[in-house]
Design a protein around this ligand. Structure first.
Ligand code: NAD
Length: 491
């Protein structure tokens, strides 16, 4: 295979899970109206997918409501058995699913494999967690009465998912909703619908009943307007930008839905001078360049304590320069194309702004002729007034800043609208604990670059979101508490 221009459309056509029809009410639906899906590396069309209209959206909600009455009354163990089959099928088909991610999203194939297994982990986890949706009994405050609290599925739910993790974000949401006993309508990003459709092919094969899970591909505003306004949809789970999250929050307010929002990040990565330099560079490279930088957990502001600053910058810039940029199907590629042109433009704007305000380029270059590819770029002597510090870049541009004291860096790291994830490197355990207590972020990694997975409550503070995914908390996003008071029990 020529890795500079691999035959992506041909590979997809031979892929057993390649699907372009929508999945509504247990049926695969093709329509005249289709939209183009492109290989972000070449801009070439690789598929045309069925576009759903508002009528299909209504059909999905109707079917999801009908299916809820049977799915929600099954034993949690029975739902778990079906979900476990789905998880097994996802794992068995990891090669086909990963190829679909790389074809439409662009990330290197090894990372796409990782995403599929990460997503399957949530399906396994929630298959079991559904059986542990325990309620509670409360010592009564009233004579001759008994107080009981149970957890019940909220009803029909909807998920809107982004293009950077086109498979795992769906698995994470749908597994929790279905395990809770809810039904779900998924609206994937128009840029990456193929991963969603492939996943539901396997859901169908696993025996998830018709009407329980739907995938609608289409104009995100028109489709979501329909199901967000629908009273019967009782929960909305969104992953994407804070800007769109705000719009959806206000729309969901009209029918007072439960909402969970996984929104933007702007993660500080803080390295104290007592840290092991080599290890800190390795962790920071991972935290910055995973998913080619298009990751809500990506290190966006890298703060290095002054005694280590020069050595860290030199070593980090050298490591970044070694990352190979290329098509995701090339096994040597560490950085794939940006999925969307808008990401390339934002990278460019952030680099230009930083250079105009006094930052220095330590690695990388701006290359107009590279299409959606962005060379890993390292900016040093970055200051707090630069755009790259104020906003999430969501691309492979690293911004390195210098700090002196612990107090100072905590204040600077917290001076941010976002609060998703933060990283700290130090050998001082007390300092690690102090920092993890003081940082206003939903997730803090101390001496690690990777901490997500099914058992942990993933989510952010402040403008980074509401609610949690994964863990027992993820299940409760799709459940309501019901309190019952049995009164006058005296014989
Ligand atoms: P986006 O908000 O533009 O799109 C997300 C989804 O919303 C897509 O499916 C899109 O089609 C849909 N959408 C867009 N406009 C809409 C509207 N007006 N009404 C309804 N739906 C709409 O975000 P993106 O560019 O796809 O993703 C990048 C952002 O997502 C980044 O800010 C990133 O940090 C965030 N993100 C967060 C997490 C997390 O878990 N916190 C994970 C991945 C991405």
């Amino acid at each position: 295979m020529d890795y500079r221009s691999p035959p992506v459309a041909e590979l997809l056509a031979r892929n057993a899970l390649f699907e372009v029809r929508a999945f509504v009410a247990g049926e695969w639906i093709a329509s005249e109206e289709t939209a183009s899906v492109e290989d972000p590396a070449s801009g070439l069309e690789i598929a045309r997918v069925t576009i759903c209209d508002v009528d299909l959206t209504r059909r999905a909600v109707n079917a999801a409501e009908r299916a809820f009455s049977t799915w929600s009354t099954m034993l949690a163990r029975q739902r778990g058995q079906i979900l476990r089959r789905w998880a097994d099928l996802i794992e068995e088909n990891v090669d086909d699913l990963a190829l679909i991610i790389t074809a439409e999203q662009g990330k290197p194939l090894a990372e796409a494999h990782g995403e599929i297994l990460y997503g399957a982990g949530f399906v396994h986890w929630f298959a079991s967690e559904g059986e542990r949706a325990n309620g509670e009994t409360i010592p009564s405050h009233k004579p001759t009465s008994k107080l009981v609290v149970s957890m019940q599925p909220v009803g029909v739910t909807a998920a809107i998912t982004p293009w950077n993790f086109p498979s795992a974000m769906i698995a994470r949401k749908a597994a929790a909703a279905l395990a809770a006993g809810c039904t779900m309508i998924v609206q994937p990003s128009l840029d990456t619908p193929l991963s969603a459709l492939a996943l539901v092919r396997l859901a169908e094969k696993a025996g998830i009943p018709a009407g329980v899970l739907h995938v609608l591909v289409g104009d995100p505003v028109a489709l979501s307007e329909e199901f967000v306004a629908d009273e019967r949809v009782r929960a909305l789970s969104f992953t994407g930008s804070t800007e769109v999250g705000r719009i959806l929050l206000s729309k969901a307010g009209k029918t007072v839905k439960k909402v969970s929002m996984e929104l933007g990040g702007n993660a500080p990565f803080i390295v104290f001078s007592d840290a092991d330099l080599e290890e800190a560079v390795r962790l920071c490279i991972e935290a910055k360049f995973a998913t080619s930088g298009q990751d809500c957990l990506a290190a966006n502001r890298i703060y290095i304590q002054s005694p280590l600053y020069d050595r860290f910058c030199a070593s980090f810039a050298a490591a970044a320069a070694r990352l190979k940029v290329g098509h995701g199907l090339d096994p040597e590629s560490a950085i794939g194309p940006m999925t969307k042109r808008s990401v390339v433009e934002k990278c460019r704007a952030h680099v230009t702004d930083a250079l105009s305000k006094g930052a220095t380029l330590a690695a990388g270059k701006l290359d107009d002729s590279a299409g959606n590819f962005v060379t890993p770029t390292v900016l040093v002597d970055v200051t707090d007034d630069m755009l790259i510090v104020r906003e999430e870049t969501f691309g492979p541009i690293a911004a390195i800043l210098c700090f002196e004291t612990e107090e100072e860096v905590i204040a600077r790291a917290n001076d941010c609208e976002m609060g998703l994830a933060a990283y700290v490197c130090t050998r001082d355990l007390n300092r690690g604990i102090r920092l993890s207590d003081s940082l206003q972020y939903g997730m803090v990694g101390v001496n690690t670059s990777s901490f997500t997975g099914a058992p942990i409550p993933f989510g952010g503070w402040k403008s980074s979101g509401l609610g949690r995914e994964g863990s027992r908390h993820g299940l409760s996003e799709f459940m309501e508490l019901k309190y019952v008071c049995f009164g006058n029990l005296a014989a």
